[in-house]
Write a protein that binds this ligand. Sequence first.
Ligand code: AMP
Length: 344
Amino acid sequence: MKIGVLGGGQLGRMLALAGYNLGLSFCIYDPDPSCCSKELAPTIHAEFNDLEKLIQFANQVDIITYENENIPYQTLMSLIQYKKIYPGIEAVRICQDRLLEKDFLKKLAIPTTDYLEINSLDEVKKAAEILKFPFFLKSRRHGYDGKGQFKITDASDIAELSEETLKIGFIAEKFVAFDREFSIICAKGLTGEILFYDLCENVHRSGVLYTTSNKINDAMFNQAKRYVEKLVDEFSYIGIVAVEFFQIGEECLVNEIAPRVHNSGHWTIEGALTSQFENHLRAIIGLPLGLTTSRCEVLMTNILGEMPDKLEFLQSNQVFLHDYHKSPKPGRKLGHYTQLINAI
Ligand code: AMP
């Protein structure tokens, strides 16, 4: 069976690596000629609006999945006429737009941060009155890893904004003084099965994920799981979904939904009985899901900007290095390493 993957970044790469063991083959579609999964599978380099190339892609695969939610919705609408797409195109339509995502959560009565739609400077000033300083301005689309976000701390920050910048559409979001951040990773299979990994405790630096550790039997798990079950149901979701939360005291709020495999689930490669990548593939091709149980405590750390001396990592028999074969660039995710803690 051949899986078509839209997007050829490290997530596509790790999907292919997991899938070869299951006997799957892959075709990747990514406009970037230097994308890092191209060395693992035949890759079509074309724009997402190139209908001819999209049809060529669809015709050579059995089903289609995606590794990022910023694939234009129109691209998915074109492809769905040819092949099934999982996790599903409605999840992409909602999750690629922060306003639609927040409205979706609100409709399901899933707690999220207070927010307002912003299209003009006047609306930013009104948001300051309602949400109070500080608050975040986040672009509705194409914002990830803190991109397209501004923290507005006082009136002077508002004075620096232009009407032109705001035209692309933003939301204003209340600043949350959270106690910690975590995510829940869930696998839902075509077979109807639903499984959860242990809660992932996340530490961000400058808006970018830095470390994740799995927390076995965490006190927040059940509350967060109920919210994830609700949204998986509403989307008729198939595949891996990652939901990011802010925890304040005993309560949690959804920050965002990633309808795909997720950086905070990379620890599952060595740290769980079945990785998120394998389970995503199992889910979308109709195989039973693999067990999601943690093998031990795990700490995953992202390698950002520059690749350190690899030999040093490889000295330890409890550290597992993943080099994405990307060229260094400040802040860029070049790889990650996973440390097993007290593994037997
Ligand atoms: P995002 O891309 O929206 O997930 O934001 C990236 C990171 O910025 C989050 O993981 C938080 O660490 C921080 N952040 C985003 N929104 C808020 C908020 N409303 N209040 C406090 N911190 C936030």
